[in-house]
Design a protein around this ligand. Structure first.
Ligand SMILES: [Zn+2]
Length: 443
């Protein structure tokens, strides 16, 4: 490649990205060619040149173009800065040509602002496509999925063999973005080839996509295929998105599962998929703000069905979340699938026909928020409840005038002078259950 062609096609920004050098806002850089504590090197994107102002620098007095820059970088990385034996100009030109051909999307990259990473959605979508192809090429991934009873022809799932930043896929912009979004961890060390070394996040995991309200991929969930009890579940940093997607607004019956694999398992059962919308929590503590927001958007909702694990954690999660949901959706039925002890959605598939899942869902029980009348009356003797706070099915008029609104016993509202208060999840017939949400909104 001619020097003029290289200069026309390779920007200084691309070269800096390639070497993982990030200028600051004033486009200054700690000079990579001498021991620089303060940023002495100025970057000029207009002319695609760099200049080091330090008198201690072997490049001092020289304006460096992209080829000079590469030459100095290669020499420095070999520990012999300024030594032509380290990297000649000719070698630098070859290296520059290589950088150009390695850029997958030179055109797209050049239109970007130099220091802007690719958008999260674009990067995750691209990488997830790569992971999906990975399943077709990986025996361990296929074996793991088969063992979990999942069919990768039905379920959108990927596999991370940890190779996505190698070989032809190497692209400075993509790698930088992968570091930014947590797909690659920068080890801040050089590999044998002199290039920076990275550790892929969630290696040897099967991967599921988490989506936003527009059904775009904004997060990834990794489930280890190795049998490590302590490290199974990994979410990308800045966790966001829901699995399999935001429920449609027309959803009538919504099943909440404890894990993404459980949700995927249910979704593979046509009968269940046709009759219910499925949404995965992020574990027993994982009914997040985003889940709440998505559920709020459902206009036709009639019932929320918990299908969590048949263990203590699963039971506790239902006890915690059922009243909270009831507080927000008093007209929605909250029900619970009776899961046999120590089983979960996915484990039930082993040794049973998939019909057991349908059967369990069909025989679900409505969640009971009330204690027996006896225990309620005993409590009322011990603690004198103000008249307004007693549970009642009838709307009370005075509640509106006093500022305390107990019409919904699961969501007590109080209008104060300075702020409005809502106590959610608290039922006056259930005084020993004090896991509540207190929402204070300033007026
Ligand atoms: Zn310097």
């Amino acid at each position: 490649m001619e020097i003029s062609e290289i200069k026309a096609r390779l920007t200084l920004a691309q070269v800096l990205h390639y070497y993982h050098l990030k200028p600051d806002k004033q486009l200054r850089l700690c000079c990579p060619f001498h021991d620089d504590k303060t940023p002495s090197m100025q970057i000029y994107y207009k002319t695609h040149t760099a200049y080091c102002f330090s008198a201690n620098c072997p490049t001092h007095g020289k304006s460096l173009d992209v080829i000079d820059f590469i030459m100095w970088m290669e020499q420095t990385s070999r520990g012999i800065a300024g030594n032509k034996e380290g990297c000649t100009k000719h070698e630098a030109i070859l290296k520059a040509g290589q950088m150009i051909t390695e850029q997958h999307s030179v055109g797209a990259a050049r239109n970007q602002k130099p220091t802007t990473e690719l958008p999260r959605i674009a990067v995750l979508t691209k990488i997830f496509t790569y992971f999906k192809n990975g399943v077709h090429n990986s025996k361990p991934a296929q074996e793991y999925l088969q063992q979990r009873g999942l069919d990768y022809n039905k379920t959108e799932v990927g596999y991370n063999s940890g190779q996505f930043h190698h070989g032809e896929r190497k692209d400075a912009y993509l790698i930088e973005s992968c570091v930014q979004y947590g797909l690659l961890l920068d080890l801040e060390a050089k590999s044998r080839t002199g290039n920076p070394a990275y550790k892929p996040f969630g290696k040897w995991c099967i991967v599921f996509a988490l989506r936003n309200a527009q059904n775009q991929i904004v997060g990834l969930y990794f489930r280890s295929t190795l049998d490590d009890k302590h490290q199974r579940h990994f979410y990308l940093k800045d966790r966001q998105g829901l699995y399999p997607k935001y429920p449609s607004k027309e959803t009538k019956r919504l099943i909440l599962t404890e894990s993404i694999i459980d949700a995927a398992t249910l979704l593979e059962q046509e009968k269940i998929k046709d009759s219910y919308e499925i949404l995965s929590l992020y574990g027993t503590n994982g009914l997040t703000e985003e889940h709440n927001k998505a559920i709020t958007e459902i206009t036709a909702l009639e019932e929320i069905i918990f299908f969590l694990n048949g263990d203590q954690a699963g039971t506790k999660a239902v006890e915690k979340y059922a009243p909270m949901l009831k507080a927000d959706y008093p007209n929605v039925i909250i029900s619970n699938v009776q899961v046999p002890e120590n089983e979960d959605v996915n484990s039930l598939l082993h040794g049973h026909s998939p019909d057991i899942l349908t059967h369990l869902i069909e025989t679900r029980k409505e969640y009971s928020f009330l204690f027996s009348t006896e225990s309620v009356s005993q409590r009322n003797e011990e603690i004198e409840l103000p008249q307004e706070a007693k549970p009642t099915g009838e709307p009370k008029e005075e509640a509106q005038t006093t500022g305390l609104d107990t019409n919904n016993p699961y969501n007590l509202k109080y209008r104060g002078n300075e702020a409005n208060y809502q106590i959610k999840g608290f039922n006056t017939g259930q005084l020993d259950s004090l896991k509540i949400t207190l929402q204070i909104t300033a007026k």
